[in-house]
Design a protein around this ligand. Structure first.
Ligand code: SAH
Ligand code: SF4
Length: 339
């Protein structure tokens, strides 16, 4: 049985060829899957009933299930999706009231090997990579369930996308070509896997690269992220400069703010110094509590002070709005299991 979600037009043509149908049928099926987000072959109403019956014998729309769906008071929706092998990941749909954007936050792996101290996903360890079809299915699931069209995709769910780069790049290509989501509306967030950042620079990626820096210096970063031991901040600095030079694109620096750990005035100044020759915007993420550690969120006052100091150094700084915290859908709270 073929699964239609995730197939390219050519792959769908192979099915219609086998059924001795015209290539135009393949185009119709493709539109139903990617633009109209149908749940069943029977919803493809411009195909004859006879052809739909033949198609149903060899193919179905999807083989993943929504295991749990939670809606936050701010409109954020979190889905726990189950793949045929029983593994689950979370996908989050965020709506920002002041914009027409609908952003899907997708997972790239089940679990994550990087194991940052502040992150609920990392605590599970690495289970497996998602293939590109399993990645794009997350967006299709959202579209099918809500009848809305996703406009932006961020790889900020579970997993380290750059440790599953081939599948992530293929998924991005499909988002771009089949879903008609522009490259600029796709963001890949990484904990800083240097060889893969260099590879993206060579590939001249047109999407946004977001880097989870989270610290102003080696010592603090090491406390938060074991990966600093392997790919340290000074090598990362070179990789980021190279990335900007090769692609001409501005990087997003993500900086988690944790009370009394990396939110001080000294940290802000040190961070500004580190970033001074890197073309970037900074996105401050006030820490979202998880059950696994006792870090705390800074006061609004110190968040604003930190922001001001960075802005003073000439950077554009945003503070990430917390979305869906009441359903554990905010950054770092995704575990991929029913709690
Ligand atoms: N593995 C990638 C992408 C997924 S995490 C990465 O680390 O960049 C997406 C973002 O959520 C990262 O910036 C991550 O550091 C942040 N995050 C993780 N735990 C968090 C927490 N408890 N509170 C706020 N943000 C968190
Ligand atoms: Fe993995 Fe990102 Fe969580 Fe770190 S923050 S453990 S890299 S998912």
């Amino acid at each position: 049985m073929k699964i239609l979600s995730g197939l390219s037009l050519q792959e769908i043509e192979e099915i219609t060829d086998e059924l001795k149908a015209s290539k135009f049928r393949a185009r119709q099926i493709h539109n139903w899957i990617y633009l109209k987000s149908v749940k069943e072959i029977d919803e493809m109403t411009d195909l004859s009933v006879k052809f739909r019956e033949e198609l149903k014998k060899v193919a179905k729309v999807t083989d993943i299930k929504i295991k749990v769906k939670q809606v936050s008071s701010d409109g954020t929706i979190k889905y726990l999706l189950e793949y045929p092998d029983g593994e689950c990941v979370e996908t989050v749909l965020m709506r920002f009231d002041n914009r027409a954007n609908l952003t899907a936050c997708v997972s790239s792996q089940v679990g994550c090997a990087v194991n940052c101290s502040f992150c609920a996903t990392g605590k599970r360890g690495f289970i497996r990579n998602l293939n590109y079809k399993e990645i794009i299915e997350q967006v299709l699931m959202i579209q099918r369930d809500t009848d809305l069209k996703v406009t932006n995709v961020v790889f900020m769910g579970q997993g380290e996308p750059l440790l599953n780069l081939d599948n992530v790049l293929k998924a991005m290509e499909i988002f771009n070509e089949n879903f008609q989501i522009g490259a600029r509306r796709l963001t890949v967030s990484t904990s800083g896997i240097i060889p893969q950042i260099n590879k993206l620079a060579e590939l001249d990626m047109q999407s946004t690269l977001a880097v989870s820096l989270h610290a102003p210096n080696h010592e603090i970063r090491l406390k938060l992220m074991q990966i600093e031991d392997k790919y340290n901040m000074s090598d990362l600095h070179k990789a980021l400069k190279n990335y900007v030079e090769k692609t001409g694109r501005r990087i997003t620096i993500e900086y988690l703010l944790i009370k009394d750990l990396n939110d001080t005035i000294e940290s802000a100044k040190e961070l500004a110094h580190y970033l001074k020759d890197i073309k970037c915007n900074v996105n401050l993420i006030p820490y979202n509590p998880t059950a696994e550690n006792d870090y705390q969120r800074p006061s609004n006052n110190s968040i604003m002070k930190f922001k001001f100091l960075l802005e003073h150094s000439g950077k554009k700084v945003t503070v990430r709005l917390e979305r869906g915290a009441d359903i554990d859908a905010a950054c770092g709270q995704l575990k991929g299991k029913v709690c």
